[in-house]
Design a protein around this ligand. Structure first.
Ligand code: UDP
Length: 317
């Protein structure tokens, strides 16, 4: 059992075996925290936390946080990162996605309140839906279809934000909300359906790149170490409103595919497929607030981050 009496901060990371949860865990351990990871492996993986086996500052509990969480330990920070997060994953698991955003957020807020801990919610640029304001600032309320296929993720996260603000206002809980924009890097799943692993995997094996729609929709890609740094800074701040964390370097999906082909030196063709329902046409974070409140901005160049990600995927294809 972790106790405050031993000194170093104690953090709980839900989704601790996921792409972002495992990178966040590594950062917290490097900062001297003790960490308790919770994950039910719906989309997380043991491989992401295998290197932590035997670390006395780390404990792992296999649990679905949509169910009641009991911990005897002291807790200083709760980071709620559990959720399917790729469009394919949440289309395949629509009800667990809604439950972990709604019930899981309620349970983790309750845990933070019971322990007197700071709470940080992993929210998303999907709160802006198919945005009518570009780039997206935090005071934009979004354009979300509640009953479309993506609604299970978007509305669960919007509920999670509302619940987090209610705990802050009503219970005085110290809460933070990060709106995470498209992030990439090692430990993504090769087949999670997102564009970064999809295109890199296809380019490495010489298959055609599956471009959805005409490829004119835009995204802005942030390397994982930059994102985690922004989140770590936010956890230490006194700021309670949502903060966008992402890289403002925007490109079309077609341009993204062409960059991947060039960097890998692949001759794969572009294979145009139907655009998924409600696929946002543009996405770019306005990071003025993160700059001002956290003194944060991304540092890793696109080419450098993509090369590291390609190296990770080489052994997976
Ligand atoms: N996309 C694509 N081909 C793929 C996977 C995704 O063209 O094999 C497109 C998708 O339609 C979207 C963008 O790439 O416009 C980013 O998709 P992703 O699933 O990575 O995440 P999203 O930003 O939509 O949540």
């Amino acid at each position: 059992m972790f106790s405050r009496a031993e000194g170093s901060p104690i953090s709980v990371v839900t989704g601790g075996a996921g792409f972002l949860g495992s990178h966040l865990t590594d950062r917290l351990l490097a900062e001297g925290h003790r960490v308790i990871g919770l994950d039910n492996f719906l989309t997380g993986s043991e491989q992401n936390i295998g290197h932590l086996a035997g670390n006395p500052k780390y404990r792992f509990i296999r649990q679905d946080v949509s169910n009641y969480i009991f911990l005897a330990d002291d807790v200083d920070f709760v980071f709620h990162f559990a959720s399917p997060a790729s469009p394919i994953d949440y289309l395949e698991h629509p009800i667990p996605t809604m439950k972990v955003g709604a019930l899981g957020t309620h349970n983790t807020l309750g845990l933070a309140k019971a322990k007197g801990a700071t709470f940080l919610l992993a929210s998303t640029s999907e709160c802006y839906g198919d945005p009518l304001v570009h780039p997206q600032t935090e005071d934009y309320w979004g354009n979300v279809n509640p009953i479309g296929p993506r609604g299970v993720y978007d509305e669960a996260k919007r509920f999670a934000e509302a619940m987090t603000m209610a705990y802050h206002r009503f219970h005085g809980l110290n809460t933070k909300i990060v709106r995470i924009f498209n992030t990439y890097g090692p430990r993504m799943r090769l087949r999670d359906g997102r564009v970064v692993p999809a295109f890199i995997g296809q380019a490495l094996t010489g298959e055609p790149l599956t471009v959805f729609g005409d490829g004119s929709q835009t995204r802005s890609f942030c390397f994982v170490s930059d994102l985690i740094d922004g989140i770590f800074r936010l956890s230490r701040s006194n700021f309670h409103e949502p903060v966008n964390i992402g890289n403002p370097r925007e490109m079309t999906i077609k341009q993204f595919g062409e960059h991947i082909l060039r960097i890998i030196g692949s001759n794969s063709q572009l294979d145009y497929r139907p655009l998924p329902v409600d696929d946002p046409k543009v996405r770019q974070p306005d990071i003025s607030r993160a700059r001002q409140v956290l003194g944060w901005e991304p540092k890793v160049e696109f080419e450098e981050g993509i090369r590291q990600t390609i190296d990770f995927f080489r052994s997976k294809v």
